[in-house]
Every structure is written in structure tokens, then in C-alpha cells.
Ligand binder design. Structure first.
Ligand code: MV4
Length: 448
């Protein structure tokens, strides 16, 4: 096992990784920017290194500084968390060169699954369901020809994009050439990769994702799915496990195909395979995230498995013994609300000093937070300050516990999106489990 891990992140996920390390008896090194000198993760880690000013490029994305901090403190591994450098294959490669273990997949696996055209190829090879679509498009004429075959509407996607970036819906043949040119130049500028492909477009899909964990000794485990349809501008707001739209038979058959693909491509560590679900309940593979996800706790609550602990064990070379697929006994239901420092109606960020802070508690309530009363939320990073996760024997119980928990949560001095969560938890569609990627828009427009 590792003796010391450097956490190349901040906020609640840095706290989450520190907790897993402490459970495993591993010492921790925090890194932080100037404005994060008094942050919670800095206070809880065994050691802390200031690596630069507030701007992410100069601190949490500053690769030479992070590697130097690991070397100076004698860390033997780096955990990247999510965001920042977590899906940067070059960073993982540099860690390897410097004999630092990267808590994540190999750079090769990150590239294979991180590029969307390449991950689509892998999915096809192993029989994961895909929407009708193409490989890399040659030019506008090629796009027009292929779109005609697939039928409109179609969606153009950047192979180097992801998480909703670099996508463009095209509803009519008259728009396809122009749309292709725009998409290509945006992809070249934004992702330094001009590759564009297209797929049949699905209106109002659900977002369902499968969690996997592989140990590099042939142990590949499917830990079930999460429902993540409650999103706004590709930012998830509320997630749950299991998905109200899933059946045990579909979960078992998907798990089997997914595990085969993961095993055969030599993928190791945590991974999330993102699917789109159409109105008929059919799943289609979209992309893979090669890191721990914000919403991992709902899977932990229903499986009883500490994902970050096992991610670290796998990175240290342990063979894991976990249930998977058919033998995975899911217990009850779990919901997560992402608490953001923002105006609940306009979604404008609302950084500032937290004057009062009282997190909720009680049975089946978990709070993963990166803040405390008296701390000033900086404006330089994303707005997520805490996650409230509840568990119950049923979906209704998990939701009831979430309502109580949100009512109890006192955060003074800044605005948060707690009122939006409370409105969502009163919405008939959400209560019936019938949400889509348009639900939030509708609830906000209706007023609360
Ligand atoms: C789609 C789609 C409809 N049809 N692909 C957005 C995130 C990225 N991972 C995939 N995304 C979409 N891909 C086809 N062929 C609609 C979306 C989409 C979406 C998906 C899940 C959750 C929220 C979304 C919001 C807008 C668009």
C-alpha cells in the first residue's frame, strides 16, 4: 500500500480522498492556491504545499509545481480527483516518468476511452449498443451524405469534446454544411482536435451511467447505474441510484457487456460509462469518464462499497474482491443534491463569506463538503460547496429524508441553490421518477 498520497484537487473531493486515505492509514499531502490557504482540505491533510496563485492554470493545473510538491514531500502517488488534471493523459504519463503512481487508469486507457470516436469504436467492437452514427467526417459534403443516410435530426459532436461541449444539433439538410464548418473550427480551437462525427439525435433523453471498477488482475466489477437526467447546461444538479427507469434484467445484461469491454481493453481503476436512454427505454453508449465522479456517493450508498478506498487499493496493485452485475445486491435507494454557491433562479455564481454553517444529520444522511462557517468561498473555482446524499429503503424514503435534510441545512452569508432542490423535490414528474434533461428548465420557468 502507498504510504503517502498527494491530492491534486480542492474542495469536497479533496476532503473525500483524504478520508479514504486516513481509513487506509495513508498520509496525505494537500496542494492549494493562495486563496485556498485556509481551505478545509488544507487543514485536514497531514501536510500542505502552496503551489501558486488563484488562477487554476497557475495552481491546480500547474503540472511542474504539482510534481515538484510530490517529490519534495516524498509522496508515492497522486490522486487527481475530478476535473482539473483528472483526465489529462499527459499528466498521467509524466507521473509514471517520475515514478509517482497515478490513482487512475493508464495514459493509454485514458486516450483509448477519452477520445469519443475511439471510445465509440471500442463500444462497437464489444457489442455495446450505439445510436446510428459515423466515424470522423471528412468534410461538409461527407457530413451531408452521412446525415441523409441516418435521417434528421442529427447531432454533430467533437471527438475531443465531452460533457456536452462541442455539440451541435442539425434539424435540416440545408444547415448541415455550415454547421459542420462551425463545429470543426470550434473543435480545432477549443480541443486542439478538429475531428467531428455525427449521430442520430434523440429528443429529451435520460442520462443513465454505469459505474465500473477494474483492478488489473482480471477483477472487473459493474456496480450498477445512476440516473443523472436532472441537469442544466450539462451541469448535473441531482442524481440518484438506482435509476427509476432501469430493470434488473437490463442492468444485468448491460453489466455483462460493459465488463467484457473493460476487461478486453485492459482498462483499470474507476470508470463511468455514460448512456443516453430514449423514450422506449433503450440505452445507447455516449462516452466514458475515466475518473471518480461527483455523484459517486449514491453508488456507495446502495452498494455499501467505498469507491475511493477501492480505487486506491487497485492503484496500489491489490486484487479486489467485490460483488458485481448479477450478484450485486443493491440496498434501497439514494439521492444526491449538489449544493452550489449561486443564485437559485439566475444560476449566477454567489461567492463570499459563509457567516453561518449548520449541516444536516440523522439516519441515512451524508454530507460531503469542502467548506465551514467563517470560510470565504473564492470566485476562482466552480460553485459546488457541498453534496447532500440520503439513503432510504425506498425511493420515497430517500426523497423524504432529503427534504428534511435540506430544510435543516443552514448556510448564511451567500446564496445557494437549496430552494431549487426543494422545488424539484415537490415536482410531480420528479416524484414519479419521470425526469428528463428538460425538467429543470420547466421547474425554473414555472417559478418557486
Ligand atoms: C446526445 C443527445 C441527443 N442525441 N446525443 C450531452 C452530454 C453528452 N455526454 C451527450 N449529450 C447529449 N448527446 C444524441 N445522439 C443529447 C445530449 C444531451 C444531454 C444528454 C444527457 C443529459 C443532458 C443533456 C442535455 C442536452 C443534450
Amino acid at each position: 500500500m502507498f504510504s503517502k498520497i498527494l491530492i491534486a484537487n480542492r474542495g469536497e473531493i479533496a476532503m473525500r480522498v483524504i478520508r479514504a486515505c486516513r481509513t487506509l492509514g495513508i498520509r496525505t499531502v494537500a496542494i492549494h492556491s493562495d486563496v485556498d490557504a485556509a481551505a478545509l482540505h488544507v487543514r485536514f491533510a497531514d501536510e500542505a504545499v502552496c503551489i501558486g496563485p488563484a488562477e487554476p492554470q497557475k495552481s491546480y493545473l500547474n503540472i511542474p509545481q504539482i510534481i515538484a510538491a510530490a517529490e519534495i514531500t516524498g509522496a508515492d502517488a497522486i490522486h487527481p480527483g475530478y476535473g482539473f488534471l483528472s483526465e489529462n493523459a499527459q499528466f498521467a504519463e509524466l507521473c509514471r516518468k517520475c515514478r509517482l503512481s497515478f490513482v487512475g487508469p493508464t495514459p493509454e486507457a485514458m486516450r483509448l476511452w477519452g477520445d469519443k470516436v475511439s471510445s465509440r469504436d471500442q463500444a462497437k467492437r464489444f457489442g455495446l449498443p450505439l445510436l446510428p452514427g459515423t466515424g470522423v467526417l471528412k468534410d461538409g459534403d461527407d457530413a451531408a451524405e452521412q446525415a441523409q443516410k441516418i435521417g434528421y435530426p442529427v447531432i454533430l459532436k467533437a471527438s475531443g469534446g465531452g460533457g456536452g461541449r462541442g455539440m451541435r444539433v442539425v434539424r435540416d439538410a440545408s444547415e448541415i454544411r455550415r454547421a459542420f464548418e462551425t463545429a470543426q473550427s470550434e473543435a480545432r480551437a477549443g480541443f486542439k482536435n478538429p475531428d467531428i462525427f455525427l449521430e442520430r439525435y434523440v429528443e429529451e433523453p435520460r442520462h443513465v451511467e454505469f459505474q465500473v471498477l477494474a483492478d488489473g488482475h482480471g477483477g472487473v466489477f459493474s456496480l450498477g447505474e445512476r440516473e443523472c437526467s436532472l441537469q442544466r447546461r450539462h451541469q448535473k444538479i441531482m442524481e440518484e441510484a438506482p435509476s427509476p427507469a432501469m430493470t434488473p434484467a437490463l442492468r444485468a445484461s448491460m453489466s455483462e457487456v460493459i465488463c467484457k469491454a473493460i476487461r478486453e481493453t485492459g482498462y483499470t481503476s474507476l470508470g463511468t460509462l455514460e448512456f443516453l436512454m430514449d423514450e422506449r427505454g433503450e440505452l445507447y453508449f455516449m462516452e466514458m469518464n475515466t475518473r471518480v465522479q461527483v455523484e459517486h456517493p449514491v453508488t456507495e450508498m446502495v452498494t455499501g462499497i467505498d469507491l475511493v478506498e477501492h480505487q486506491i487499493r487497485a492503484a496500489a496493485g491489490e486484487a479486489l474482491e467485490l460483488p458485481s452485475g448479477r450478484s450485486l445486491g443493491l440496498r434501497g435507494h439514494s439521492v444526491e443534491c449538489r449544493i452550489n454557491a449561486e443564485d437559485p433562479r439566475s444560476f449566477a455564481p454567489w461567492p463570499g463569506a459563509i457567516t453561518e454553517y449548520h449541516p444536516p444529520g440523522g439516519g441515512g444522511v451524508r454530507v460531503d463538503s469542502g467548506v465551514y462557517g467563517g470560510w470565504r468561498v473564492p470566485s476562482s473555482y466552480d460553485a459546488l460547496i457541498a453534496k447532500v446524499i440520503t439513503h432510504g429503503a425506498s425511493r420515497a424514503e430517500a426523497i423524504a429524508r432529503m427534504r428534511c435534510a435540506l430544510d435543516e441545512f443552514i448556510i448564511g452569508g451567500i446564496r445557494t441553490n437549496i430552494p431549487l432542490h426543494q422545488a424539484l423535490l415537490r415536482d410531480p414528474d420528479v416524484l414519479a421518477g419521470k425526469m428528463s434533461t428538460r425538467t429543470i428548465e420547466r421547474v425554473v420557468a414555472a417559478g418557486f
